[in-house]
Design a protein around this ligand. Structure first.
Ligand code: AMP
Length: 421
């Protein structure tokens, strides 16, 4: 069998990793501003963390990578970030020391989905969880964070859509009303929706196949069934957002895929020409029962997660490059006999002085090495030929201005350090 990557996965090649790092750095910097600390949990968990009785979502019932380890324990590769974070939050009793814990995570998730553009079987998400308080101001803060995130990336074609599912009581009343409305349409729904009608009826509202189904178009929406406290809560979230001048739109049919949401749910959608069908960049909402389901106290949280592949696609389509720092301060071009030894020491000294520098060890011609230096976006070329070595100097050329100077070998580090600040 030929050796190649697993279906639905991809490799980040050296030419592409800088944009990943740049995105990650941007995200981390914003989380620092919001005083949200990172949490790192394992990629594998005991299956029970995800396979909970109350979660009937497609993701959990059809898409998880489940396996037995060599001691026959049931394990699952995490399909999403929240459950593992909550498992850890409960296990370490973080609620005992901190009334409201705000954390973020960045890492890979695994779902056995049908691969296509913007949908992979291993994909990266960053996400945030604020656990321990139920307050519309906190819901608004999370939406503001999402808004700031996409603004700070410079993305213009992004929409934040929000909705409310209300408290448990409102949600249950709505669910019954929805089932009652859809039952007469059962036979004409797609196969998935027929199944969802029994297991996860809310999910029918955002079925891609049945989008134009008259029964779904005429279905009641969750907001129609909010009781008074739920309505007050939702209105408060909106007024916080309005006061902060956050651009958002109401999306009455937005329900989100997972089963555990209540009150506020939201999604960040790409509205960019040429973007594929998978245009949801991120989403999240408030969860009421999850902490309890994972053996914790009866407290709620709110969080959201964003897909990094899709954000990178959106940035590329809008022509935004975050990785301007992916350049070298200096590239040493050593050619001819007996130049490598001097070059090697100089290279080490440049790096010790805090500069980014590289050279090529293949004894290629000056021209070939120059090409490499330009490909690596070097700001300066340090040219070491046999003549230079004899005279104890190096030629230093600024690649942008094309200006060249001859500098004493002992002064090269100093010279470049001054100019690379
Ligand atoms: P979810 O955890 O399903 O709410 O997804 C949150 C975000 O993660 C989505 O909006 C996507 O941007 C991203 N995402 C989810 N599933 C995939 C996938 N299979 N491949 C790539 N990105 C994904």
């Amino acid at each position: 069998m030929a050796i190649h990557r697993v279906k639905g996965t991809y490799d980040v090649l050296p030419t592409e990793s800088a944009k990943w790092q740049a995105l990650e750095e941007k995200v981390r910097a914003l989380f620092r501003q919001y005083h949200i600390r990172e949490m790192r949990t394992p990629i594998m968990e005991y299956s029970g963390v995800f396979h909970r009785q109350n979660d009937r979502s497609d993701m959990v019932t059809k898409e998880t990578y489940d396996f037995k380890d060599r001691s026959h324990r049931d394990l699952t590769l995490r399909p999403e970030g929240t459950a593992g974070i909550i498992r850890s939050y409960v296990e370490h009793k973080l609620y005992a020391s901190q009334e409201l814990e705000k954390v973020y995570y960045i890492g890979p998730n695994f779902r056995y989905e049908r691969p296509q553009k913007g949908r992979y079987r291993q994909f990266y998400q960053f996400g945030v969880e604020a656990i321990g308080a139920t307050d519309p101001a906190l819901d608004a803060e999370m939406i503001m964070l999402a808004y700031d995130l996409f603004s700070s990336l410079g993305l213009k074609g992004v929409k934040i859509r929000i909705n409310s599912l209300g408290n448990d009581a409102s949600r249950a009343t709505y669910q019954n009303a929805l089932i009652k409305h859809l039952l007469p349409h059962r036979d004409t729904l797609c196969d998935d929706c027929k199944e969802r009608l029994d297991k996860n009826p809310l999910r029918i509202l955002d079925c891609k196949i049945d989008q134009a189904h008259p029964g779904i178009l005429s279905a009641p929406t969750p907001v129609d069934y909010l009781d008074e406290p739920s309505m007050t809560y939702f209105n408060a979230v909106q007024s916080y957002l309005d006061d902060a001048d956050i651009d958002y739109e109401l999306a009455p049919r937005l329900v989100r895929g997972l089963d555990y949401y209540s009150h506020t749910v939201f999604e960040i959608e790409a509205d960019i020409k040429g973007f594929g069908a998978q245009n949801v960049l991120g989403g999240g909402g408030r969860y009421q029962s999850l902490v309890k389901e994972l053996d914790g106290p009866d407290i709620s949280g709110i969080g959201f997660a964003c897909g990094m592949e899709r954000i990178l696609d959106a940035l590329a389509l809008e022509g935004i490059s975050l990785d301007d720092n992916d350049k070298l301060d200096a590239y040493i071009i050593a050619f001819g006999n007996n130049t490598k030894k001097v070059a090697s020491t100089l290279l080490h000294n440049l790096r010790k002085a805090g500069l980014s520098a590289d050279m090529n060890y293949t004894n290629k011609s000056f021209k070939a090495q120059l090409k490499q230096a330009l490909r690596d976006h070097a700001s300066y070329l340090v040219i070491l030929g046999e003549n230079e070595i004899k005279q104890g100097v190096a030629g230093i050329k600024h690649t942008m201005t094309q200006q060249q100077e001859t500098v004493d070998l002992s002064e090269v580090v100093n010279y470049l350090q001054k100019r690379s600040k």
